[in-house]
Design a binder for this molecule. Structure first.
Ligand code: NAD
Length: 294
């Protein structure tokens, strides 16, 4: 086997996993349409002109289009008031034709992101950020809606047949949208978990012991080969944009020499996140219809 084949076997191909998930979602959308005579619908809310956020929202809408989910975007100027966003969410919560609501993060500082997350109806909360859904996750109940990015990591581990139980999982980054829910999902699967962040002393002492390492910091090239354990599994969630190019938190070419599996940026966790969003939109749509019928 030559070197490039060797590396290929170690790449967590998020794109091909996402393609597989999308195929299943497309069939699910067909079943939904046949039963209810309408397509499921996702509404997104985008505030400001942050180029990566605009791109992520566009990618989400393209993905919806590929599988047959209707989608609409509500775009606001950077200076929009919190009240206006909350009132839109209230009307989307009430709208029977809307099955999923996603508010693209980050929001400008004058808008309270936690308040916004808490205002989305838990049954339409396709990002899984509502305190009720987060609370369920913490209690070990993932049967409702959970955050898409960590769920994508779990999906990839399942597809690669990796049992998390008893493994040492280290999560670098403790955000509400990735780090914390990721740690909860590992705990729910009986891994031993450490969560590291910017104030962690001697980060390498943790990362070098990790059987599974998930890095979500937005610090380009934070993790190098000598910081990981031999044969470990590394997920790179981070995204840094520089001169129109995208970089991860992991020095892929270096780390891949020592790891068993590594997710690249781009093409790793990003497509998995979007695939999970599609499955969550369907989950929300079916649940709402079931609720209407009872
Ligand atoms: P965040 O930006 O809210 O916080 C960053 C986290 O990294 C914090 O916990 C901080 O303490 C930690 N951190 C910062 N510098 C560090 C250092 N030097 N050492 C250790 N920890 C450090 O977190 P977020 O919203 O989860 O985003 C993290 C990254 O993941 C960003 O680059 C974001 O764009 C990316 N992201 C990607 C996806 C995807 O789908 N691929 C989804 C969500 C977020």
């Amino acid at each position: 086997m030559n070197n490039s084949e060797d590396i290929k076997d170690k790449v967590i191909d998020g794109k091909s996993i996402a393609d597989r998930v999308e195929k299943g979602v497309k069939e699910d959308v067909e079943r939904f349409k046949k039963k209810y005579g309408c397509a499921p619908r996702l509404a997104t809310i985008l505030v400001g002109e942050h180029p990566p956020s605009k791109l992520y929202v566009r990618l989400k809408h393209w993905a919806c289009k590929r599988v047959g989910i209707d989608s609409m975007n509500y775009k606001f100027d950077e200076n929009v008031s919190e009240k206006e966003i909350l009132s839109l969410i209230e009307s989307l919560n009430e709208d029977d034709k809307v099955n999923g609501i996603l508010v693209q993060m980050p929001l400008p500082p004058h808008i309270d992101a936690l308040k916004v997350m808490g205002s989305v109806s838990p049954i339409k909360d396709v990002d899984g950020f509502h305190p009720l859904n987060m609370g369920r996750l913490m209690q070990g109940d993932e049967s409702w809606l959970v955050p898409c990015t960590p769920k994508g990591v779990i999906e990839a581990l399942n597809i690669y047949g990796i049992d998390v139980q008893g493994q040492y999982a280290v999560v670098v980054g403790h955000s509400n949208i990735v780090g914390k829910p990721m740690a909860a999902m590992f705990l729910n699967r009986n891994a031993t978990v450490s969560v590291c962040h910017v104030y962690t002393k001697n980060l390498v002492d943790y990362t070098r012991e990790a059987d599974i390492l998930v890095v979500a910091t937005g610090v380009k090239g934070l993790i190098k080969k000598d910081m990981i354990k031999e044969d470990s599994i590394v997920f790179d969630v981070g995204i840094t944009w520089e001169d129109g190019k995208v970089y991860g938190d992991v020095v892929f070419d270096d780390v891949v020499k020592r790891a068993r599996l590594v997710s690249p940026v781009p093409g790793g966790v990003g497509p998995l996140t979007i695939a999970m969003l599609l499955t969550h939109t369907m989950k929300a749509a079916w649940k709402q219809k079931e609720r209407e019928e009872t």
